[in-house]
Write a protein that binds this ligand. Sequence first.
Ligand code: NDP
Ligand code: 2IT
Length: 443
Amino acid sequence: MIKGIIDQVKKRNPGEPEFIQAVEEVVESIAPVLDKHPEYKIAKIVERLVEPERQLMFRVPWQDDKGNVQVNRGFRIEFNSAIGPYKGGLRFHPSVYLGIIKFLGFEQILKNALTGLPMGGGKGGSDFDPKGKSDAEVMRFCQSFMMELCRHIGPDTDVPAGDIGVGGREIGYMFGMYKKIRNEFTGVLTGKGLNWGGSLARTEATGYGLIYFLLQMLKDAKKEIKGATVVSSGSGNVSIYAVQKCQQLGAKVVAMSDSNGYIYDANGIDLKAIQKLKEVERKRISEYVKDHPSAKYTEGCNGIWTIKCDIALPNATQNEIDEKSAEKLVANGVWAVAEGANMPSTPEAIKVFLKNKVAFGPAKAANAGGVAVSGLEMTQNSQRLSWSFAEVDKYLDEKIMQHIYRQAKAAAEEYGQPGNLVVGANIAGFEKVASAMYAQGLV
Ligand code: NDP
Ligand code: 2IT
């Protein structure tokens, strides 16, 4: 039966390898749940789960600074609304196509279920590349994108947020346009600015949440973060705040990267310098070595996984750790891997980690802190209140990340695979969504 479902997904979604990869991992691990719930088989819960409720694709025309007309493609996949309004980020990156948005939307369904908050799964984006564009160009693009997207979203329908290439600046331009068109000030997007409906700690949430999850993994593995050597790929929102939390807890982060290459600094990364380069000046990470003579820059991304470390945090993008990189990490003595990015390890890489007893935190559990605090932003917007940083941060750690860890660990044990958080997270997320879909009948 499982094979039949996967074959059907392959047939129906040709040319979308990332989506098929994400589905295969989940469907394979939930087989024992289906054996326990034959009613899910009859109701075709899995066949329905892998088919988005709605797929939107649209033209996004805009004018660049030279007056030339540009045309991009916009996407929003409203994947599953069994447990709440569609929720998930928007990615602006030239590599975006339907298969990327579908893989992200599919992962988001189970991730959001794990948070314990009432959020369904969705994802969107565009093949627009914000790199090298002026603020005015980014604004015109975001306005045109929202001109179409606005008719499909709403605070109780579908609530987008950021992802790669979409941060505070882009959310601001999109929120402004939505408000103008609808004449409504609502929590239709999360990741908003702090004085117009945003939540404290949303910026930090994915990175901090990742480390709170890692701490739970380390507790069970009887290891300490203090004094550990860490490598964190990427230098965007997730990586920066994961590194910040690692440093607060006494770990030494020696390497970070961007899509051009990586830096190695044996003295420990100067995070303030990275923040200035990446968050303020929007420059390349290679510039770091100019003011840090102890550091070395290497062109290309894969090499970052050849650096000896205790803890590896893939925080850039999908499939960034392949089997070879995983083997290299293991050979160099890595003892924990926690995924801040979505699907950053290939299936072969995950097998290498599990086989070698590396503590492994899969993305949909380990990086759920971002969307969870987005959920808390929605709550604050509904209450018309703002919580303090300390309140949100404590909620994120104790009520969200620790809870996700316990759920994934318990499900793995219940289904005979103790310690396998990949299977545990997939099962725990699926059980929630499946029971909601079943209860709501054939819709
Ligand atoms: P950002 O755009 O802030 O940063 C992305 C970072 O990854 C940048 O350093 C970028 O380099 C690098 N990068 C992007 N694409 C590639 C690529 N193809 N190869 C190598 N490096 C790449 O995005 P986020 O930090 O928000 O997202 C990082 C990952 O975390 C993504 O997988 C995202 O889906 C996931 N995630 C994000 C959440 C959030 O709340 N933001 C929540 C949960 C998961 P460059 O500067 O050169 O572009
Ligand atoms: O992958 C993710 O969970 C995100 N990009 C965050 C989504 C959100 O709605 O905050």
